[in-house]
Write a protein that binds this ligand. Structure first.
Ligand code: 2U9
Length: 339
């Protein structure tokens, strides 16, 4: 039996084939159900006990060899086919699926368009900032916890250089070089020293807004945010404002919209409250206007800020913020028809 196995192996080693069909014939001859290898395995029971070890090993080796050889032959024909195809310049190209817009870009663009209808322009600024534009000009006292390394990424060699923690620094830059009326929104990437989880990330995106002019009031802020909320979440949307505190606005508030999933009746998304918190806002603190070179006796202003990830999670029902940063095409392709 050992002789027969050696003979079959030699036959395989020297085999030459000129077409894929012959490889298939080889496969049937050696490794199909009724092929030579299975016959060998069937005959194995008649091998004398003292030869069983050597014969068993030889059959297994032959099986491995046959599988490898047949695969190699098959691949060589398939590769040759592909290369032959690529020489044919008249062949149609492989269809290419175009990329899709990132869900954060979809939501950002929608928000920009809504505010554009109210006359707001868009302004952008640097992600690497200094203490003045991120904290001092915005009325953060020297001992404010946001200035701590626990919350903010500082450049090691120079504590005056840091990654912006909000896009408010762009508002400061705009106010420093422009006199009112100012009506703009500020989209951008921000950085906070946070542990990454399903709900928080150390990088996220904000859109903030600023309107400074003579006689701008809290009523203007409320009406602007009501219009915005109804455009984004639907015309039946209600809003409510709760008092809050930020160093750069006074008075300050947080705004909830009625839950667009249950219509305010209560569901697990709004934790059975009927409301979803979506942004913070307030009247620009007169001190901030003065620090930025705008006369607070003549002008007043309102400001607001929101996280784009949070809005996108609510709009699309996304449960984990990390999806936005992984760029898995199976996630991204789901938003193909969302814009
Ligand atoms: C200037 C003056 C005032 C911007 C504002 C908020 C309230 C706010 C947060 C929402 C969720 C940030 O992304 S978040 O964590 N923002 O609550 N932002 S008022 O106020 C300004 C900005 C610049 C000169």
């Amino acid at each position: 039996m050992l002789e027969k196995i050696t003979q079959l192996k030699e036959e395989l080693e020297s085999v030459s084939v000129s077409a894929l069909e012959q490889v298939e014939e080889l496969r049937i001859k050696y490794i199909s159900k009724k092929g030579l290898l299975n016959q060998l395995f069937a005959d194995f029971k008649n091998v004398p006990a003292d030869q069983k070890k050597a014969v068993g090993q030889a059959i297994n080796e032959l099986k491995e060899f046959a599988l490898q050889k047949i695969n190699e032959l098959k691949e060589s024909f398939e590769n040759a086919d592909q290369q032959a195809g690529s020489d044919d310049l008249t062949m149609p190209a492989e269809p290419m699926r175009p990329g899709t817009r990132h869900p954060l870009s979809i939501v950002r663009n929608e928000i920009i368009e809504i505010f554009a209808r109210l006359g707001f322009t868009v302004a952008e600024g640097p992600e690497i900032e200094d203490d003045w534009h991120v904290f001092s000009a915005l009325n953060f006292p020297p001992e404010h916890p946001a200035r701590d390394m626990q919350d903010t990424f500082f450049i090691q060699k120079n504590p005056d250089v840091l990654l912006r923690t909000h896009t408010s620094s762009v508002q400061v830059r705009v106010m420093e070089k422009t006199q009112p009326p100012i009506r703009a929104i500020f989209p951008g990437r921000v950085f906070r020293n946070e542990a990454i989880s399903a709900r928080a990330h150390c990088i996220f995106h904000q859109i903030e807004g600023l309107y400074v002019d003579e006689n701008v009031s809290f009523a203007d802020l409320k009406q602007t945010l009501l219009y915005f909320s109804r455009e984004l979440f639907g015309e039946k949307t209600q809003i409510r404002l709760r008092p809050s505190y930020f160093p750069f606005t006074e008075p300050s508030a947080e705004m909830d919209v009625s839950c667009s999933i249950c219509g305010g009746k209560g569901c697990n998304v709004c934790k059975y409250t009927g409301w979803l918190e979506i942004l913070g806002c307030g009247m620009v603190d007169p001190n901030v206007l003065d620090l930025c070179g705008i006369d607070s006796k003549k002008y007043t202003g309102f400001a607001f800020g929101m996280g784009i990830e949070r809005i996108a999670m609510l709009k699309f029902g996304i449960k984990d913020i990390r999806h936005f940063f992984e760029n898995d095409v199976r996630f991204l392709r789901q938003f193909e028809s969302a814009y």
